[in-house]
Each structure stands twice: as structure tokens, then as C-alpha cells.
Ligand binder design. Structure first.
Ligand code: NOJ
Length: 734
């Protein structure tokens, strides 16, 4: 027998008459649960890939049969209004209860209008722009029939070898937490019931970014203090912003894979944080508990996952194949299953899918909104703001459009595909504007000379054509970097220099003795000491998405003054990794006059470019730093004002950063920690007072008992425009 919406509605009305409760949609969910078989309940806990996009191993080719039988309640990697409408129709019209499907997808930095990769956006330190980017991604994804994005990825990443650094907010907990909030707000908006907001998903819970040696999926072994102080706060920030779902991570924590970790999923997430949404696995991470060595077989793994608190099984079919058996032998209770089903049905209610299962795909909106001028303008704005000026000797940049000839050389100069970066959802290379096309908009054909020079990852040795072309120019722009799939999932690198023969190309060009401007395109920090020493200017442009070409052109020719700051440290070489600004001091901090101090024999301790660093075409001065009250309690706010002045000749934005040092702790503390920042726009000569109000309770850490504490004593307060260029004051907390 097939139930339809009328039956469901009737039971809902009856349920509502019996009495309203506090829990959202409780009556409605109770009514549906009463109608569901165990198999259908397990179906709601099951998520399969549609086969359109492949983002991991495909285990279930026959998902349509499962769908018709009510054995799968959720699909991912299916998108566009028309495609998803047809799948939804099967769920609504051909299954016994007609429960609508939930459609998820990796909408990480845009759906079809592709914004800069997440790491690049983070370099903007501009929360409004980041929120707008996520908002637009949600609007487009919703028009394309999606309800749920597997984003934001809020993993702290301190190892640039790890390919997934491109997907997060970089190395810092505070910045990462602010960005996590902005992205959740952007995706989910203020009302999930609106048909242009989608569920967000904080991933990968937890500590995935701490993979040893930067190798993806590798073992994690960190202290609980580090977990709680460094890796967890961005997840908590996402939760505080109302994130609807969490995704487990592939790694283990304390010997237990996250997907089977009661500590992470129950103690921290549900008990301490009171998370009230649903938890999905990352792909086949239930199945992976077998090779991890904590489950003897898939049934065992399914049991570990459900006991730990995983609600939905992505792609692994472990729940589909074994939960019923586990219930029948009393290893798993019906109420455990129903608890998970409730969370998933609640999300479907919140989205309004029971009112109208088709409200999230709209072919007309798809046509009108996707890649609209407004969205592309926002992508260009975000792209400009994401660029970091790493070097600019003798004011080589900005270039004048009146230059006689410019040579544009390099494998990424006339390339569209790589601009998308990894995780580009349904973005298309043909919608990306290359750097060459961007420059062609501002210079005449006769001013531009172009040659690719070499491939990104080739072994060329003959650069004579590129050299002969470059020799005719007044300045040489060289676009270098990585292919887009050299970062992202399963894309770790052990050497993070420029791949292939690109360095040889630029070395050869440098013999021409002309100004050389390197435009980097990459998904991670690169080790580029030679470039730092020898070229005139370096622009870090990451992968900027559809509007990369025009955005880079805006910066190269001074239409936009670069304002980005690094959200992650750039090492001098791989041997320095892990390297991050908020390290510990050690008992033997480096001292040049004492051999037995912490150092390398062959490289400096300092990175090539520190966290928070980025140059501008103008110069800023921070002066008149004033701390209102320097003796404070944990109930107070640290109130600090300072004047920021634009001393230069062009307008621009500066990111003023506030760091603290807890001078003496019951446990060792980082040398400094970011606790606040402000991004300010100033005209030349203009000055503005900036004001920070930092709650003293945010200066704490987890002590040996794992209690969050702010300890009494002295704190240094550092104000500046990078993690290293600061002025220091101090306060006492008592
Ligand atoms: C595996 C990735 O780790 C995760 O981030 C992603 O959301 C899923 N695959 C789905 O594509």
C-alpha cells in the first residue's frame, strides 16, 4: 500500500491536535515515524551519490531501485533543477510514503558562478564579502535543486603539503572561527524555510587537518589541548552560527576513527555543545573503520558508527545493509534509529520540503540567476580582495597602461580551467576569464606579447621562444603555479615548490634584466625562496574562479589596491613544516649567540612570508595606541584604540591585527595568538580611529584538567599589520 501526502497530512493534524511540543515539527515527525517500517527508517539514514559527479568510490550503481523501495532518503552529486525534479518525483510519487529526498553537493566556493577557493577568500579578511560569496553560492545551488552543501570546511591546516588547505580558512583558529560563522550565515541565511537558503555542514569533525606529514587521510596524533584550543573552536563557531549539520572526518583521534568516536560525536558535540542537527559521515568512513583496524567487518563498523552518534551514512551502505540485523539482535535500539531519523526529517521540514518537495529547483531562476551579472560582479570583487601582494620592489606595481609593450609569459597566463581551483562544483572552464583576456581588456593588442613558456608540470629545457618574445617588452608578467588538481582532496605534495620547469623558465627570463612580475596561481603556500630573492614583484592570486583575469588585471594596473593578508604561513622550504605563527616558544628559543638553541643548520627559523602578511600600494601607520584600562578581570573587555593613517598617495585598505601573548601559564602558551582584526579603507592622508573591544574571557585556553580557563597574570598585546610587524603593550588580568 502507498501512503500519500493526504495520509501524512491527516496524521499530522491528529498529531497536532494531541498537543504541541517545544521540539520543532515534533508532531509531524511523530506522525510520519508511526507510518514507517524499519527499512524506511534506515532509508532516511542513507545517502548515495547519484552517479552524475564522482567524488569518491562508487559502491551503489543501483540507487534508483533503492530509491523506489524507500531505501534511500537522500542523494548527493545530483544537481540542476530538471535532473533533481525527476529524482524527487520518484521519491514523492513512487515510494510508499512519498517522503521527499534531500539533495546535497559540495558547493564549496560557488555553485556555477565560481568564487576564489576558500583559502583565497580567507586572505581577504573581509567577513561581509565572504558571507556574500556563500550567500550567492546558496542562491544558485538552491535554484539548481539543492538543499544542502557540504561546506564550510573549517579544518585548521598547518601543513601546506596537505592538499585540502585550499578548502579551509588557513592556519588560525580565531580567523577560521570568524570565517566559519560568515560562511554558515551565508549558506543558511536567516531562514532555512526560504527557497534560496540551504543547509550548511561543518566538516570534517575533527582534526582532519592534522594529518601526519601532510598526507591526506593519514593518522592524526595530537594532544587534547591542541584539539580543544586549536582545532575545535571553528566548529563551535559554526554551531553557534546555527549550522544544521556536521560531517565526520576520515582520521582517527586518540586511536578511534572520528566516525566511531563517542568522545567527539557524543561527549563534545551533543553533550557539551548541545548540537541539535544531524551528523553525516564523510563518504565511506564507516567502511574505513575496517582498514583502520577497529572494526572486524562492516556490520561491526555500522554498530560503532550508530553507537557513536552518526545519523547518516554517506555512500557506505553500512547502515542500509546492517542496521536492521543489528536491531533484530538487540545491539541497536529502535529509539536510536528513530533519534537519527528525527533529525533528518526535521531538516526536511525546516527546508519546507513537506510543503512542497519541488520548491528548491527552478529552471527559470536557474536561467536568470546563475552566472548573472550581479553574481559575476561579486565574484570579481571577492577575487580582487583575495589577492596578496607578497613583494613589490621599487614600486614595480602597479603597471602603467601606457607601457609600450608587456610580455605575458607562463603556463597559467592563458588558461581558464585551472582558475576554477579544486572543488569547483558545477563550474565550467569556459566561464572563466583568463589573465590574458583580462589584460586584453585594458591594453591594446599591439601592447601585449604572449607565450606560455612551458607546461605547468613539464620538463622543458628550451625557453628560447619565450625569451625572444619577452626581450621585446618593457616588463614581463609571468603567470606560474600549480594545476588545479594539485590541491584539494587526495592531492598532497611532498615538495611544494613550483612544479616542472617553471622555475627554470623564470630564471632564464630574469637574465633579460627587465622588471619581472610573478603572478602565482596555486591552492597552497608554495616554497619560493628564489622568486622572493630575484624577481621584482610577486602577486599571490591562488585560484580566483570565474573572474580571475579581470581581478588580477585590476590589481596589476592599479585599479584596485591589493589588501589581502596571508591566512597561512609560507615556508622557505619543506623542512620547516609544520610552521605556523602561533607556535610555542620552547625552553631554548633561538639565540644567534648560543649554539644550543632551537634552530636548523641550513635554514632560518622564520618563514618566507608570515601569517597576516600582505603589502599594499600605499603605506599605513598605526599610532597613538591607547589601552583604556590595563588592569582587568575576566568579566571585562580589553578596550584599545589606535589611529590608522594612510601615509601614501593612493587609497587602500589595511587589516589591523591584534595578537596577545599570555606571558606565564599553568601550561605553555603560544608565542602569540590572534584575537581581533579590523579591515579599514582610507583615502591618502586620511586617518581613522579604530577601536577593539576584546572580551578577557576569550584569552583563555584548556588547562591540564581540560577546563577552559583565563589565568591571572600579565598579557602582552601586539597591534600591527601582520603577525610579525607589531607594536607591543601590556595588561594585567587579575
Ligand atoms: C569526501 C570529502 O572528504 C568530503 O569533504 C566531501 O564532502 C565528500 N567526499 C562528498 O563529496
Amino acid at each position: 500500500m502507498r501512503f500519500n501526502f493526504f495520509v501524512i497530512l491527516l496524521t499530522i493534524c491528529l498529531g497536532s491536535m494531541i498537543g504541541k511540543t517545544q521540539e520543532p515539527f515534533k508532531a509531524e515527525i511523530d506522525s510520519i515515524l508511526n507510518l514507517m517500517t524499519l527499512e524506511e527508517k534506515i532509508g532516511q539514514l542513507t545517502l548515495y551519490t547519484s552517479g552524475w559527479d564522482v567524488t569518491g568510490p562508487v559502491l551503489r550503481e543501483n540507487y534508483l531501485d533503492d530509491l523506489r523501495q524507500g531505501k534511500v532518503g537522500n542523494l548527493f552529486n545530483a544537481h540542476t533543477a530538471a535532473y533533481n525534479h525527476n529524482l524527487q518525483k520518484i521519491a514523492v510519487e513512487e515510494t510508499r510514503l512519498g517522503i521527499p529526498l534531500l539533495f546535497g553537493y559540495d558547493v564549496i566556493h560557488g555553485y556555477k558562478t565560481i568564487f576564489p577557493i576558500s583559502l583565497a577568500e580567507s586572505a581577504s579578511w573581509d567577513m561581509d564579502a565572504i558571507e556574500r560569496s556563500a550567500r550567492i553560492a546558496a542562491i544558485e545551488a538552491a535554484a539548481g535543486g539543492l538543499h544542502w552543501t557540504f561546506a564550510p570546511m573549517v579544518d585548521i591546516a598547518r601543513d601546506p603539503r596537505w592538499g585540502r588547505v585550499m578548502e579551509g580558512a588557513g592556519e588560525d583558529t580565531y580567523l577560521g572561527s570568524c570565517i566559519a560563522k560568515a560562511r554558515v550565515k551565508g549558506f543558511q541565511g536567516s531562514d532555512l524555510a526560504s527557497n534560496n537558503t540551504i543547509l550548511a555542514c561543518a566538516k570534517h569533525f575533527a582534526a582532519y587537518g592534522a594529518a601526519q606529514a601532510g598526507r591526506d587521510y593519514h593518522t592524526v596524533d595530537i594532544s587534547e589541548n591542541t584539539l580543544r584550543d586549536i582545532y575545535l573552536p571553528p566548529f563551535k563557531a559554526a554551531l553557534d552560527a546555527g549550522v544544521a549539520t556536521f560531517m565526520t572526518s576520515f582520521n582517527e583521534y586518540n586511536g578511534m576513527p572520528a566516525t566511531g568516536s563517542k568522545f567527539l560525536l557524543q561527549d563534545v558535540l551533543r553533550d557539551d555543545w548541545k548540537f541539535d542537527g544531524f551528523v553525516v559521515t564523510d563518504y565511506t568512513s564507516i567502511n574505513e573503520m575496517i582498514p583502520h583496524g577497529v572494526a572486524a567487518n562492516l556490520k561491526h563498523a555500522a554498530n560503532l558508527a550508530i553507537q557513536a552518534g552518526v545519523d547518516m551514512d554517506m555512500q557506505g551502505a553500512a547502515y542500509a545493509d546492517y542496521l536492521e540485523e543489528l536491531v533484530n539482535e538487540n545491539s541497536v535500539s529502535i529509539s536510536q534509529i528513530e533519534g537519527a531519523v528525527r533529525q533528518i526529517l526535521k531538516a526536511k521540514y525546516q527546508l519546507g520540503l513537506f510543503d512542497d518537495p519541488y520548491r528548491y529547483g527552478d529552471t527559470l531562476l536557474e536561467k536568470n540567476l546563475i552566472l548573472s551579472n550581479g553574481h559575476l560582479d561579486a565574484a570579481r570583487d571577492m577575487a580582487k580582495k583575495s589577492i596578496v601582494l607578497l613583494k613589490n620592489d621599487n614600486q614595480t606595481l602597479p603597471l602603467k597602461t601606457s607601457l609600450r609593450k608587456i610580455a605575458l609569459i607562463g603556463p597559467l597566463a592563458n588558461n581558464q580551467d585551472n582558475l576554477l581551483g579544486a572543488w569547483a562544483a558545477s563550474g565550467r572552464a569556459s566561464d572563466c576569464v583568463s589573465l590574458l583576456s583580462g589584460i586584453q581588456e585594458v591594453l591594446n593588442e599591439s601592447q601585449i606579447l604572449f607565450h606560455p613558456g612551458c607546461r605547468i608540470n613539464g620538463e622543458e629545457t628550451d625557453f628560447s621562444e619565450a625569451v625572444s618574445i619577452a626581450s621585446q617588452a618593457d616588463a614581463i608578467i609571468v603567470a606560474l603555479g600549480e594545476e588545479r588538481h594539485m590541491s584539494g582532496e587526495a592531492a598532497s605534495r611532498s615538495s611544494i615548490g613550483l612544479p616542472g620547469s617553471q622555475l627554470e623558465l623564470v630564471k632564464t627570463l630574469s637574465a633579460l634584466d627587465k622588471p619581472i612580475i610573478v603572478v602565482l596561481m596555486n591552492g597552497r603556500p608554495l616554497a619560493i625562496p628564489w622568486l622572493d630573492q630575484r624577481v621584482d614583484a610577486i602577486l599571490e592570486t591562488w585560484f580566483l574562479g570565474n573572474m580571475a583575469g579581470p581581478a588580477i588585471t585590476d590589481v596589476l594596473f592599479g585599479k584596485y589596491n591589493p589588501s589581502g593578508k596571508l591566512p597561512i604561513t609560507f615556508p622557505r622550504n619543506e623542512g620547516q613544516i609544520p610552521i605556523y605563527y602561533n607556535m610555542k616558544n620552547t625552553g631554548r628559543p633561538f639565540n644567534a649567540t648560543d649554539n644550543y638553541t632551537s634552530k636548523y643548520l641550513d635554514v632560518a627559523n622564520e618563514p618566507l612570508y608570515p601569517f597576516g602578511f600582505g603589502l599594499s600600494y600605499t603605506s599605513f601607520r598605526i599610532e597613538n595606541i591607547n589601552i583604556f584600562d590595563s588592569v582587568l578581570t575576566i568579566y571585562d573587555d580589553l578596550v584599545l584604540t589606535a589611529d590608522l593613517k594612510n601615509n601614501g598617495t593612493v587609497s587602500g585598505e589595511e587589516v589591523v591585527q591584534l595578537y596577545i601573548t599570555d606571558k606565564v601559564g599553568s601550561l605553555t602558551r603560544p608565542v602569540r595568538e590572534l584575537k581581533g582584526f579590523k579591515k579599514i579603507f582610507l583615502e591618502p592622508g586620511q586617518s581613522e580611529q579604530i577601536r577593539f573591544e576584546i572580551p578577557i574571557r576569550s584569552l583563555g585556553f584548556h588547562n591540564a584538567k581540560m577546563d577552559y580557563v583565563v589565568e591571572e597574570g600579565a598579557f602582552d598585546i601586539h597591534l600591527g599589520n601582520s603577525s610579525t610587524n607589531t607594536v607591543t603593550k601590556s595588561i594585567i588580568v587579575q
